[in-house]
Ligand binder design. Structure first.
Ligand code: PNS
Length: 162
């Protein structure tokens, strides 16, 4: 049986923390579908297509049978069902993430009890980074190359026209 997880998020932009989660998720799951949410309430810097592109390029070294990048609209559990996924994969950084993640996991479980939320701890190197922090730092022309993959560094430079 092939164990599939959907790893959903805004990925605006993808960070090394996200990539590290995919890497570790592959120890647990046969396949991970990295899914960019189209209906996120947050105002985004990058379009969905740009985010999908950046993820595809950053994850291109993986076997496409094991890592897929996609986008979805609507309820996450409906998308997970469509992808035959048995799990929703999310990363946890500090305790600050817990309440939001707990709430989402409870709602998703209520909506679809057969799909399990699975959390992996972020690698300590990426504990302090988030897409929001990366965007803020990059907007002031800070060097964010330690925090994001090269394609994202380039796209951020273009976005902020440095
Ligand atoms: O990276 P983010 O912004 O924390 O990801 C949030 C995301 C996209 C996982 C969440 O907003 C989501 O699942 N959206 C899809 C709509 C949905 O299913 N909502 C009900 C669960 S709370």
């Amino acid at each position: 049986m092939c164990k599939i997880a959907v790893y959903p998020g805004s990925f605006d932009p993808p960070t090394k923390g996200h990539l590290s989660l995919v890497e570790r998720g592959l120890f647990v799951f046969d396949k991970i579908v990295v899914a960019v949410a189209r209906n996120s309430a947050k105002a985004a810097l990058f379009s969905i297509e740009e985010r999908v592109d950046m993820l595809r390029e950053s994850l291109s070294a993986y076997d496409p049978e094991r890592v897929e990048v996609d986008s979805f609209e609507g309820l996450l559990v409906d998308y997970a069902r469509k992808k035959n996924a048995s799990a929703l994969l999310r990363g946890l950084r500090a305790t600050a993430d817990f309440e939001y993640e707990f709430q989402m996991a409870m709602v998703n479980r209520h909506l679809e009890p057969s799909v399990q939320s699975v959390f992996l701890m972020t690698d300590y190197r990426w504990l302090y980074i988030s897409s929001t922090i990366v965007k803020e730092a990059a907007s002031y022309n800070a060097d964010v190359s330690e925090m994001v993959p090269p394609v994202v560094v380039e796209r951020l430079k273009r976005k902020f026209a440095f």
